[in-house]
Design a protein around this ligand. Sequence first.
Ligand code: ADE
Length: 476
Amino acid sequence: MIFHVLTLFPDMIREGCNNSILKRAMEKNLIEIHAVDIRDYTQEKHGKVDDYTYGGGAGMLMQAQPVFDAWEDVVKSTGLTSGKEGAQEGRRVRTVYVTPQGTPFSQKLAKDFAKEEQLIFLCGHYEGIDERVLEEIVTDQVSIGDYVLTGGELPAMVMIDAVSRLIPGVLGSEESAQTESFENDLLEYPQYSRPEVWHGKAVPEVLLSGDHKKIKAWRLEQSKERTKRWRPDLYEKYAAREQLAARLMKHKKENAYMIDSLLKGKVKILHVEGDAAVCQSLDGHLIMLCCETLEQGEKLLQYVPKDTGLLLHNCAAINGILESEWGLQVGDECYQSVYTQHTALPIAHKDIRPYPIEALEYASANYGDGKAREYLRDRILSGEFFAAWQDGEIAGFCGVHDGGSLGLLYVEPKYRRTSIGSSLASYLVNWSLEHGGIPYAHIRVHNVASLKMQEKMGLYVGSRTVFWTYRRRGEK
Ligand code: ADE
């Protein structure tokens, strides 16, 4: 990952980042941080980069020309297109203006940034930057909190730090980024190290028990307690999702996609109507709806944004209005197969691990006729895509779709009819269980072979099908 920081104080960035884990990550070539001095680009002979604001008011403003020229130079150096003109293309670079007026920075945004190849941060100073240049170059405006600092360098470093630690290899295994605050809107549980008793305070007994199930339950309870006490705003969202998931459990096999997303904290609730509900993925692109009748469906649809491009539901009765009133096309009809047990499945093939990004082209060549490259890249970087290895090569892969269903399965021809395919499928089931979800897959109604395999693995097929409805490209 390459970070470029446009700043008037490049040494602040260089010195601030050249320590501890970021320093080690730079030495291992996992990240590069380039601080670019905006002053080097001014055409003003005394090196001035600021001027008075039109219309009056206190303070000086950074001028458009040096900012634009510095940015243009950096974009050229990336070999990518600028986020603005190439937003539809895969390989574009985002320019993040750090400003107290921006969207609040969050763990979710950090994860989103961590999927980029390169990022440009633009740091303001004085009273800010001429609006005209911001309009031309900025793709994201981000704030690190509701307070005003003297400049954007500290916020840029905060974001670089939060993003870098999510890049594979930056944290050692002992510093794992797996369990942490803000996963699923819960704060982290308390932790203890030696000695067993310190200042008369003993480590909670359950942690010494060796009973991993009990320890997991205790930690979850502690996380809930802390969140309730210190972040009631977060707890409210968590509790609402848990309650709705519990209600939808009555028809677990029919509502699996929604329950799974609620339990993993991947959606926000838009509206609940008895046992029917509608949710939206956190990035906004997918709507999930569960209902039994046309009347319930019509009520729920009132809460759905009109420009929705992708909607998943389990109620055949609403397909008519989705097509006629929403302009959505009913695409794949799928059976939903669900693993209803809580115990992990046995896995014959042992060497299954997160899929390496370096092998993206292999996955892209073998899944989706080469058209799924960007999607697969996103799946790999999300940590939800896995490879089975045999004799030093990739023998197959599998993953979790961005909507939450299990699949993306491929096995090299020479390894078909071995245990690799079923091991990959079982691995996904276990992975989903470990992450607090309910494992499920969507299988197109005509794919009899796949349905048979699901049943053989102990997954149950629900009585109702689900429908993926979508807007055709270019249609509004
Ligand atoms: N620049 C000054 N204050 C800031 C803040 N809170 N977040 C981002 N950029 C800033």
